[in-house]
Every structure is written in structure tokens, then in C-alpha cells.
Design a protein around this ligand. Structure first.
Ligand SMILES: Cc1cc2nc3c(=O)[nH]c(=O)nc-3n(C[C@H](O)[C@H](O)[C@H](O)COP(=O)(O)OP(=O)(O)OC[C@H]3O[C@@H](n4cnc5c(N)ncnc54)[C@H](O)[C@@H]3O)c2cc1C
Length: 650
């Protein structure tokens, strides 16, 4: 019997309060949609089932972009992190990225707090087992429904599934397996079957997590300390002061607390495996589910389990392991680099071969998890599915892995569900606008053969997509769809104007060799140059300009950083802009979704099949599908042009 608990449908229902679900629910509610967030355990909101860190290369860029677009992950991290560092400071600005160690519990509480305070957003604990659609009355448009394991049905206009690793979840440790989502949660098996019945093509992936150990049983004197950043760092773009959270008292189980002046931080600790560690693992590979065939799902190559590393890199004498505290108020420590599904006794034995862990006690075993995902060729670049209009998919369900990747998709799905309800076109970011654009474009143009994770190497325009200019690239876009408020938009416009004004001043103002004579660092000038050109020289910085009386003392550091980067990388930036312009025509050339590729004369069969499968919405996206050649794109262009002309009014 269909028992509906609400007579009027919600605008948006989000299933799953993980990293994707939280962003999706907040975005659609903040854009004025009546939103319901259903999740199987309200105490596990925004849970980090694996590493306690947010950010790093490409992922840190994503978090900055999520914040610039009005998402929540950056702020929740800033409020609760244990430690933060800027990575790759020795390299160029394109690959520099913030990475924070999160207090997992506080992060989840901060996110729950924000969700519960959001007007128009309702939270309910429920396990969704089935979804579907129906047409309530003639002309009423499509409505979607979800049914819970208790038999209750909720209706909505748009539905966003963000079920993570729970879909058909199976947890594996040694030769033990059981149904489960993660960290002791249920698996969502009914929903997998429901998606298959609707006609979705599902695949199987795998990921794993390392054991957790008790900090009180670690000999920290035999570790290398990794402190946090000595200078202030944060993910959020704040108009006013960065919020400083109340800090719990230092946790006595940790010997040192890197009391950097600007904020208490907890360090991480480095140890290394050794030959004895490797011997124990090698002598138990016959009990490793990865090698006994128990594990069938495909795991991430770039995040291998320790048994996989030992097996694949036998020549390596040792592997680094980072001991990462999981929170201010807990003694649980995450052993980064020791992902494993080896039997429990082997896990403990291998850890105890490491001098600092000689007497270690595990608090939780490492495990692997296999789960279903929906092959992403079935979604469009707005994250809406083709089979079921109004249904959006975000996060691990699309085959990605990572909190940040999930949160970014959740935000875009929330925005696009709200825009769909308003009858507006979706917000689709291009590869030259955002890492979010790169990720989603990759998902809808490539065959996914392993969990997808973002790297800076995936972004051909990475010099444009830096972590330091996310707000300049994206905040106005978010303002145009009604997610960020006018104040934030005005602030970014003012920043853009200040940068442009200073760049133009630096380009018009010239200095002569005499001005720099005897200055250190010694920068030789053969003739007069603009201040901008002077800034592009090695060793020259804005601080030197100020020292020489050519700088503007009123400018804030954020403006100065942008001016320095624009001056120093002008040539590279111009080349990237030129590349973007060259592709713009293809990016803007749309392809009708109903095009029958099989009948297009001259198109190779393989290309026609690929195009049929991915159904690209633009020529540029068609050109990025593996197996579609430039010649195929040229043939497609001719057909589109012919069609356009034949429809053009005579
Ligand atoms: C064991 C393990 C190891 C991992 N290792 C790594 C790693 O090494 N590196 C990495 O980058 N990422 C790793 N991850 C992945 C990372 O956790 C995810 O990428 C990220 O959490 C995905 O976010 P999400 O929002 O898509 O899903 P999740 O964070 O998994 O959230 C899904 C949410 O949906 C809820 N839910 C699911 N099904 C239903 C349903 N039917 N009804 C109601 N609620 C439902 C769940 O309770 C949960 O709240 C690991 C995950 C696990 C479990």
C-alpha cells in the first residue's frame, strides 16, 4: 500500500548526507527550493570514513572553488581543522594547494549545525530502497518518488542521489565479508536493484581504508613531526575576519602541539615501513582478499593498498606512513598509506614491525569496500540522468572517489536541480573555468575504468585554474544563479577592479636602470622597462617595488598576490587564453540530443557508437570522447552545418 507522508511534493529530495548530499541540499535550499534530505544515519552527517584530510593538489583547488560558488566544505573545514599547510610552495602557483587535517567529529557536527539552521531544508533519517516516477495528473509534469525501507513514500520534482559507497556495499577483511556501507552502516542494496530496473547500467568499484591506532600506544620519540603552517591559511573566501572556532584543550596523548602563533594546531607524524614489515605482508599474500579473488571491484591505482604496493614495488625498501590524528578530543590515529584488507592479525603484526609502533594497539581494523556505481556516460554535464529526467547523481555514485570530488558534484547537482525547477538552463562549468568543469567533463566523455580522482595534471588550463583565484573565476557565476549574495559579489567585483587598475598602472609606469642600481637582489636593467615587466623578472617582487617607492602601500596581500602572478606568468597566461579562444567555437556549438549517429554518412562505426553512448551536448565535448577522432568531429560539424542551413528560413 503506497503510504505517502506528505501530500505536497518537495521541490528537491536529496538521498544521502555525505559530502555530496550536504552540498546539494544546502545549494537547493539556499536557492529557495523546499528541500528534504533523507539519510540512513543522522549521526553520520558528512562523515569521513577514510582519511581525515581535506584538500591537497587539485582537491584543495576544488574546495576553494566550492567556497567561491557558495558551498560549505571550505567553511566547515576552516572552523574545525587540526592543521593546515600549503603544499607545493616550492613549485609554481598552478600546483600550490592548501591541505587541512580535519577533526572528523567536529566537521560532521559543524555541517549538521549548518544544515539544521538552513531555512527550507528538512532532515529525516530513513533508508531509501526504491525510486521511480509518475505523472500525478494530466499536464502536471513529471514527479519523482522515493520509498523507504519502512514503506513510506516521498514525492519531489527533482531527486538527487548521493549514496556514496553504500550502493550494494560489501565490507571485506581477510576472508570475512559482510553487507555494509561503511563504518558499520547498512548497505543500500534495494536501491541498486531499483536503479537496474529503471534501466541504469551499474558497475562495481572498490576502495579501502587503513587501520586506526591508539595514540597512547605510539612512541612519538621515534617519529618525525610534521607541523602545520606557521602563517594563517584557510579555504574560505571571507569578506570580514576568518571565524576562529573555540578550541578544545590540547589532547595530552600527543606529545607536542605545534602552537603556531595564529592558531593551535596538531602535527602529523611520519614513520616508515621496513624489510620486516614487507616480509610479514609478503608471507601473507595468500590470505589477502585482493589476491585470493574475494575482491572483484576495481580499486584506485593511485591509492593502492599496502599489500598492493609491496607486491607492485618489490624493490622499494620502505614506504612512508603518516600518522594523522583524527580529532582534538580522540586518541584515534589514522595510518595514512596503510590501506589494507589483510586479516586483522596480519595488520597488527605488520604495524608492530615499525619501531614507533612496536607496542601499538589498533582501535579499528583496515577494510576494503566494494560498491555499485552508475556509469557516468548516463548523465549529462548538468549531472542529470538521461533515462530519468529530474533525477541527478552526485559523488561516489558517479564513479569518483574523494570527499572534495563528491562535494563539488553535490553543489553542482543542487544548483542545477534548483535551476531546472525554475525552468532555467543548467550551470555547466567549462574546463577553462574550473576544476569542477574538468572533473564533470571527464566523467561525461571518458569510459570510467577505475575510481576517478582529480589531479592537477588532468587540467590543461591549470595556470588559469589556480587555488588563489577561484573567487575571481566563479563567484559572479554563482551570484547570477542566486546562490551567493550581493555582498560577496560586490567584494569580488571590487577585487577584480583593484587588480585591473594596478596591472594597468604597472604597465604604464616605467623605471630606468638607475632606479634599480645597487638594489638587492641585483636585477640588471639594460634599458627602461614597465613596472609590470620588471615584476616578471626572477627575484623581483612587489615587496621590492614598494621598497623602491613604486608600490601601492594601500593594496591588500590578495591583490598583490594576483598582480605578481599576472606579471610573472603573463606569457603563459596569454597562451592559455589563446588556447581557450581557439576552442570556444567548438565549446559553443551544441549538438541536438536526439541526433541519430548511426545514419551519419562518413562517420566511423566506432565513433558513432561512442557518440551514441555519451551523447555529447557540444562539438568540443564530442572531440574529447575517447575513440572519436578530429576527422569524426569534422564530419559531425558538416552534418550539423547542413542541418542548420536546411532549417534556416529561406
Ligand atoms: C572504506 C572507505 C575508504 C575510502 N578511501 C578513500 C580514499 O582513500 N581516498 C578518497 O579520496 N576517498 C576514499 N573514500 C571515499 C570517500 O569516502 C568518498 O569519496 C566520499 O565520502 C564520497 O562522498 P559521497 O557524498 O559521494 O558519499 P558518502 O560520503 O559515502 O555519503 C553517502 C551518504 O549517503 C547515505 N546513504 C547511502 N545510501 C542511502 C540510502 N539508500 N538511503 C539513505 N541514505 C543513504 C550514507 O549513509 C551516507 O551518509 C573511502 C570511502 C570508504 C568507505
Amino acid at each position: 500500500m503506497d503510504q505517502s507522508l506528505s501530500d505536497n511534493p518537495y521541490d528537491v529530495i536529496v538521498v544521502g548526507a555525505g559530502h555530496a548530499g550536504c552540498e546539494a541540499a544546502l545549494a537547493s535550499a539556499r536557492m529557495g527550493c523546499r528541500t528534504l534530505l533523507l539519510t540512513m544515519n543522522l549521526d553520520n552527517i558528512a562523515l569521513m570514513p577514510c582519511n581525515p584530510s581535506i584538500g591537497g593538489p587539485a582537491k584543495g583547488h576544488l574546495v576553494r572553488e566550492i567556497d567561491a560558488l557558495g558551498g560549505e566544505m571550505g567553511r566547515a573545514t576552516d572552523q574545525t581543522f587540526l592543521q593546515i599547510r600549503m603544499l607545493n610552495t616550492g613549485k609554481g602557483p598552478a600546483v600550490q594547494a592548501p591541505r587541512a587535517q580535519a577533526d572528523k567529529k567536529l566537521y560532521g557536527l559543524a555541517m549538521k549545525h549548518t544544515l539544521e539552521r538552513q531555512p527550507g531544508l528538512h532532515l529525516k533519517q530513513a533508508l531509501v530502497e526504491e525510486i521511480g516516477r509518475y505523472t500525478p495528473a494530466a499536464g502536471a509534469g513529471i514527479t519523482l518518488w522515493v520509498k523507504t525501507d519502512l514503506g513510506w513514500t516521498y514525492h519531489c520534482r527533482c531527486l538527487i542521489l548521493t549514496t556514496g559507497t553504500s550502493l550494494g556495499g560489501r565490507v571485506i577483511v581477510g576472508d570475512h565479508t559482510r553487507e555494509g556501507g561503511r563504518s558499520g552502516e547498512f548497505a543500500a542494496c534495494g536501491l541498486s536493484d531499483s536503479l537496474r530496473r529503471i534501466g541504469f547500467d551499474l558497475g562495481r568499484l572498490k576502495t579501502g581504508t587503513p587501520p586506526r591506532i591508539d595514540a597512547r600506544t605510539i612512541d612519538f620519540t621515534r617519529t618525525m613531526v610534521q607541523p602545520g603552517s606557521p602563517t594563517p591559511l584557510h579555504f574560505g573566501h571571507y569578506l570580514f575576519a576568518v571565524p576562529t572556532p573555540p578550541f578544545p584543550s590540547p589532547n595530552p596523548v600527543y606529545p607536542v602541539e605545534s602552537a603556531t602563533a595564529w592558531r593551535p594546531q596538531l602535527p602529523c607524524y611520519l614513520v616508515n615501513t621496513n624489510e620486516e614489515t614487507h616480509r610479514i605482508i609478503r608471507s601473507n599474500l595468500h590470505r589477502a582478499p585482493l589476491f585470493t579473488g574475494i575482491i572483484k571491484g576495481i580499486g584506485p591505482r593511485y591509492c593502492p593498498s599496502i599489500e598492493d604496493k609491496i607486491n607492485r614495488f618489490p624493490h622499494k625498501e620502505s614506504h612512508p606512513l603518516f600518522l594523522e590524528p583524527e580529532g582534538w578530543e580522540t586518541a584515534e590515529v589514522y595510518v595514512q598509506g596503510a590501506n589494507t584488507s589483510l586479516p586483522e592479525d596480519v595488520q597488527l603484526a605488520m604495524l608492530r614491525t615499525i619501531p614507533a609502533l612496536e607496542h601499538v594497539e589498533m582501535t579499528r581494523v583496515g577494510y576494503a569496500i566494494e560498491y555499485d556505481f552508475v556509469f557516468p556516460y548516463q548523465i549529462t554535464a548538468s549531472l542529470e540522468t538521461r533515462q530519468l529526467p529530474g533525477l541527478f547523481l552526485a559523488g561516489q555514485i558517479n564513479g569518483t572517489t574523494g570527499y572534495e570530488e563528491a562535494a563539488g558534484q553535490g553543489l553542482m547537482a543542487g544548483i542545477n536541480a534548483a535551476l531546472k525547477i525554475r525552468g532555467k538552463p543548467p550551470l555547466v562549468l567549462r574546463r577553462d573555468q574550473a576544476y569542477l568543469g574538468v572533473m564533470i567533463d571527464d566523467l561525461v566523455t571518458r569510459d570510467l575504468t577505475e575510481p576517478y580522482r582529480l589531479f592537477t595534471s588532468r587540467a590543461e588550463y591549470r595556470l588559469l585554474l589556480r587555488q588563489d583565484n577561484a573567487d575571481l573565476r566563479l563567484t559572479s557565476l554563482s551570484y547570477s544563479v542566486g546562490l551567493v549574495d550581493r555582498g560577496r559579489h560586490q567584494a569580488v567585483l571590487a577585487k577584480q577592479e583593484a587588480i585591473a587598475a594596478e596591472m594597468s598602472r604597472l604597465q604604464k609606469r616605467f623605471i630606468n636602470p638607475a632606479d634599480v642600481e645597487g638594489r638587492s637582489p641585483a636585477i640588471e636593467l639594460a634599458h627602461g622597462v614597465s613596472l609590470a615587466s620588471f615584476l616578471s623578472r626572477p627575484g623581483a617582487g612587489y615587496a621590492l617595488l614598494k621598497e623602491m617607492g613604486f608600490g601601492d602601500g594601500k593594496l591588500g596581500q590578495e591583490i598583490i598576490d594576483q598582480v605578481e602572478i599576472q606579471a610573472k606568468y603573463d606569457g603563459y597566461l596569454q597562451r592559455q587564453y589563446a588556447d581557450v579562444e581557439r576552442l570556444r567555437r567548438l565549446e559553443e556549438r551544441s549538438i541536438p540530443q536526439c541526433l541519430d549517429y548511426a545514419v551519419l554518412r562518413g562517420l566511423r562505426r566506432e565513433a558513432a557508437q561512442k557518440l551514441e553512448r555519451f551523447r555529447p551536448d557540444t562539438l568540443a565535448r564530442a572531440s574529447r570522447i575517447e575513440g572519436v577522432t578530429p576527422a569524426d568531429v569534422a564530419i559531425l560539424m558538416v552534418h550539423l552545418e547542413r542541418a542548420r542551413r536546411s532549417q534556416a528560413p529561406r
